[in-house]
Write a protein that binds this ligand. Structure first.
Ligand code: UGA
Length: 433
């Protein structure tokens, strides 16, 4: 099929690359000339395992191209995917200006029947808005349809998630239109759910907000475990084995960050209130998450009389492993507080250091985890990259000034760490006293 994907951010670029890899002819369009120029040279705007190889290979084979020319993208395609970003406004509402401007562009160039597919995360009713913009502004009297096809890929496993999604949701205005999308996705052989447009739009937000709720729920239980002298890891395991609950997204710790859960929970709460509903549950989820960094900071502050001059080895800066994304990363809140209290930070992250350097140029950036722990008064595990799981702790012990570990993601075993001679503080683990 001939496909146009507008927006080469996370969703757009990965979608375009995967569609091309499946044999479609894909034109990716973006207004950012530098990004397009770089992509044409094989330079990716994001760090995502397997993406570069897929882009370079499909571009070479002529199935994937990058341009700033929306006209050719629209005219040469049967299906146009909108994958531009939808940032939050200050009040939590979603800023739809990029989606609106793409819709205006489509209206300008549409010259034949097209299916316009919203892949960006957009509040319920946006499909109607896109339809209205194109309808009112189209220059030629042609027909078109608007579909909602939300994306569920995760950063760090975006290619795999796109090739093997748990489900594909297609919110279409009619069976015929849905069939066109089914045809495109059939090759993946994954479960497909056909809905109306509004329901598909809500499925995306409801899914992200539900996962955020699971995380805040287990973090609330985590705080209870600390107060009641229990172990949240055991509690999560005990809960998660109930098939109705499920063990995924019950990992306690510093809570969620990134570009999706924070903004989507807040946008959903805004939508709920806008239509006259009650957002209490979502508000509680967000409030619990906002306090996660202070939970670990409280433990640190309790340990030291003053943080002035104390050295902290910070392992992990990205909002989660396998990405260089630091949007709403807990590391930033923690660095900010440590620096305010005149502490020194020695940080290491396999991918995200360049981005953090732009915000905090004056902390020490290290080559690896061991260098970060040199002379440290405590080690803080912030992002659970695999390479931190099996560190040589005898070596770490010999490098640190005082062997204290604050584990923000509970990746180490209390017993093992204590056995090795560390003073260990996880999240949601009672002292046993
Ligand atoms: C999330 C969803 O998982 C995707 O399905 C969705 O497509 C995407 O948002 C989006 O809307 O674009 P992502 O933000 O890449 O994906 O990351 P996740 O792997 O879901 O993790 C989100 C945050 O939750 C991370 O900060 C992670 O550390 C935290 N988390 C996750 C926990 O604190 N505990 C857990 O048990 C799981």
């Amino acid at each position: 099929m001939n496909i146009c994907v507008v927006g080469v951010g996370y969703v757009g670029l990965v979608t375009g690359a995967v569609f091309a890899d499946l044999g479609n002819d894909v034109i990716c369009v973006d207004i950012d000339e530098a990004k397009i120029e770089n992509l044409n040279k094989g330079i990716m705007p994001i760090f995502e395992p397997g993406l570069k190889e897929m882009v370079v290979h499909n571009k070479k084979d002529g199935r994937l191209s990058f341009t700033t020319n929306l006209k050719s993208g629209v005219r040469e395609s049967d299906i146009i995917f909108i994958g531009v970003n939808t940032p939050p406004k200050d009040n939590g509402e979603t800023d739809l200006s990029f989606v609106q401007s793409v819709a205006m562009g489509i209206a300008e160039w549409i010259d034949d029947y097209k299916i316009v597919v919203n892949k960006s995360t957009v509040p319920v009713g946006t499909g109607d808005l896109v339809r209205e913009i194109i309808e009112t502004n189209k220059r030629k009297d042609v027909d078109f349809d608007v579909v909602s096809n939300p994306e569920f890929l995760r950063e760090g496993s975006a290619i795999k998630d796109t090739l093997m999604p748990d489900r594909i949701v297609i919110g279409a205005p009619s069976k015929n239109v849905a069939m066109k999308l089914l045809e495109l996705y059939a090759v993946l052989e994954r479960p497909m759910i056909i809905t109306d447009v509004h329901s598909a739009e809500i499925i995306k937000y409801a899914s992200n907000a539900f996962l955020a709720t699971k995380i805040s729920f287990i973090n609330m239980i985590s705080d209870l475990c600390e107060l009641a002298n229990a172990d949240v890891n055991q509690v999560a395991k005990g809960m998660g084995t109930d098939a109705r609950i499920g063990g995924l997204f019950l990992q306690p710790g510093l809570g969620y960050g990134g570009s999706c859960f924070p903004k989507d929970s807040s946008s959903l709460a805004h939508t709920v209130r806008k239509v006259g509903g009650d957002s209490t549950l979502l508000d509680a989820v967000m409030s619990i998450n906002a306090k996660r960094s202070s939970q670990i900071l409280k433990k640190i502050e309790k340990q030291f009389a003053s943080l002035d001059g104390k050295v902290f080895a910070m392992l992990g800066l990205a909002f989660k492993p396998n990405t260089d994304d630091i949007r709403d990363a807990k590391s930033l809140e923690i660095i900010e507080s440590l620096l305010k209290q005149k502490a020194k930070v020695r940080a290491y992250d396999p991918a995200a250091m360049d981005k953090v350097k732009k915000i905090y140029p004056d902390i020490v950036y290290c080559q690896n985890a061991y260098e970060a722990t040199e002379g440290a008064d405590a080690m803080l595990l912030i992002t659970e990259w695999n390479e931190f799981r099996l560190l040589n702790f005898e070596k770490v012990l010999s490098l640190m000034r005082t062997p204290i570990v604050f584990d923000g993601r509970n990746i180490y075993s209390v017993r093992r760490m204590k056995g090795l001679g560390f003073e260990y503080y996880g999240m949601g683990i009672g002292t046993g006293e």
